[in-house]
Design a protein around this ligand. Structure first.
Ligand code: MN
Ligand code: MN
Length: 470
């Protein structure tokens, strides 16, 4: 055999036998890249206006109602093709499209979370110190505290009044509205601070937000700035200091979501984790009409603090809604769960060339390599994960291949480097076959996270493919 022929044969054999993931841009057409760009624009708008789980739920309901979804009322007659949603206390949402097949055959569930790491105000937040006014905070979710100082913050949430009314608070989002900030020490005087570790340099009790400085015009010297601030708050929202006791106010980064890079291929913003996956599954279910199996889309709350509570994925709120659907068909919920399939749509860590030491490159998710699938999450020896079966991975390989979804399979990082969790384990514990799939993120949990447009679009395509496979 000639040498050239031999080389040719070997490269053919390699092509046949080797598995080599490819950069997504080598796999799509210019038209599809343009489609990804259009999708990214819609996502940027969603993220810019969904700064908390409450706002994400509100926006999702608006988008769903535009596509014919109506609020589920217990006892309502459910027919195939109907589009309904259940609003769980304004903080989480379940959408469903009733399939033509029995719920005994199971449904296709996609679940993402819409809460993100942030700084919640304490229940007694307001104080004056040395003639400046502040809010005390209690951080929510896993944050690197040093990232949250000296950045502009905006305030979102509600104040629930004793009379049953609630007052919405959103300030700092608009260009002409004031922002807030946590100060840091100047380098000139930071010699002692700089000797501390990064986890000690800024403390939880040090995350105090500056909210004003002008004293109220009075002879009384004590708490004049605090009085002035309360007076402004009373004018703006009709609230008093006591009302903070039943308020849910949170400070989030006041950065606009924007394109990143000369080629505009990336998206920077606060809250990609996990609104980027929530938007993907939401957009996907909004495209579904008359499915065979019932399609279910969950926007969960409280994932960042362990999925506890009435609006988290460990809550029976999910069973309650699903049981209603099952009862309408005389189906046992456990039969439905047993035959269901769930994508836990949550972000994963993207390989960062600035920090290669924490990743194992053969099993890491790369930017622009598509939707990132995690067979398992957890920590150490796969502790705290549902670890999807090989059969489940094979199933999504098939549907992604059939629908030209560019995807990749990775782990969160090197073995024993750390770890994390998602809602997957809570879905799997319900006897539902579940796998994690989501968008790889750079600087996850930072005030400004980065994802790629290509991966966002592939997440949407993957979610759509899963809903359509019925
Ligand atoms: Mn997440
Ligand atoms: Mn997270």
């Amino acid at each position: 055999m000639a040498k050239a022929d031999k080389m040719d044969e070997i490269s053919k054999l390699k092509e046949q036998l080797f598995f080599e993931p490819k950069n997504g841009y080598d796999l799509i057409t210019a038209e599809e890249a343009a489609e990804a760009d259009r999708y990214a624009r819609a996502y940027i708008e969603f993220l810019n206006t969904s700064r908390t789980e409450r706002e994400a739920v509100k926006n999702a309901i608006r988008l769903a109602e535009n596509e014919g979804f109506t609020e589920y009322v217990p006892g309502m007659e459910l027919k195939a093709g109907m589009k309904i949603y259940k609003n769980n206390r304004e903080k989480s949402l379940i959408l469903a499209i009733i399939g033509s097949r029995s719920l005994a055959e199971g449904c296709i569930i996609e679940g993402a979370h819409v809460d993100s790491p942030r700084l919640d105000l304490k229940q007694n937040p307001l104080y004056e110190q040395d003639e400046l006014a502040f809010f005390k905070t209690h951080y929510y979710g896993g944050i690197k505290k040093y990232q949250w100082v000296t950045i502009p913050l905006e305030l979102h949430g509600i104040v629930a009044l004793k009379n049953g009314e609630t007052v919405d608070v959103v300030i700092g989002r608009e260009k002409d509205e004031p922002k807030f900030v946590i100060t840091d020490l100047l380098p000139h005087l930071a010699a002692d601070q700089m000797k501390k570790t990064m986890s000690e340099g800024i403390t939880g009790e040090g995350l105090n937000i500056m909210i004003g400085s002008v004293p109220y015009n009075t002879e009384e010297k004590k708490d004049r700035v605090k009085l002035a601030i309360l007076s402004i708050l009373n004018d703006m929202y009709g609230i008093t200091e006591e009302d903070f006791l039943s308020a849910e106010l949170t400070a989030v980064p006041a950065f606009d979501v924007c394109e990143i890079g000369f080629d505009r291929s990336l998206i920077g913003g606060y809250g990609h984790d996990d609104r980027v996956c929530a938007f993907a599954e939401l957009e996907a279910i909004l495209e579904i009409e008359n499915p065979g199996k019932t399609c279910v889309c969950i926007l969960a709350d409280k994932e960042e603090i362990g999925s506890m509570g009435v609006s988290g994925m460990q809550s029976e709120a999910f069973e309650s809604f699903m049981e209603d659907l099952c009862e309408s068909q005389g189906v046992r919920l456990r039969k439905c769960f047993e035959n269901s399939f769930c994508i836990s749509a949550d972000v994963s860590a993207a390989f960062d060339p600035n920090y290669p030491e924490v990743a194992e490159k053969r099993n890491a998710c790369m930017i622009n390599y598509g939707l990132g699938v995690n067979k398992f999450t957890g920590a150490r020896g796969k502790s705290g994960t549902s670890d999807a079966s090989a059969e489940v991975v094979a199933y999504i390989r098939r549907i992604f291949a059939e629908n030209n979804v560019v995807w990749q399979l990775g782990e969160l990082g090197k073995v024993d480097q750390g770890g994390g969790g998602t809602i997957a384990q809570y879905m799997a514990n319900r006897n539902i076959d579940t796998i994690d799939a989501g968008v790889p993120v750079l600087s996850m949990h930072a005030p400004f996270e980065v994802v790629s447009k290509f991966d966002c679009y592939m997440a949407y395509k993957g979610m759509l493919a899963a809903y359509r496979d019925n």
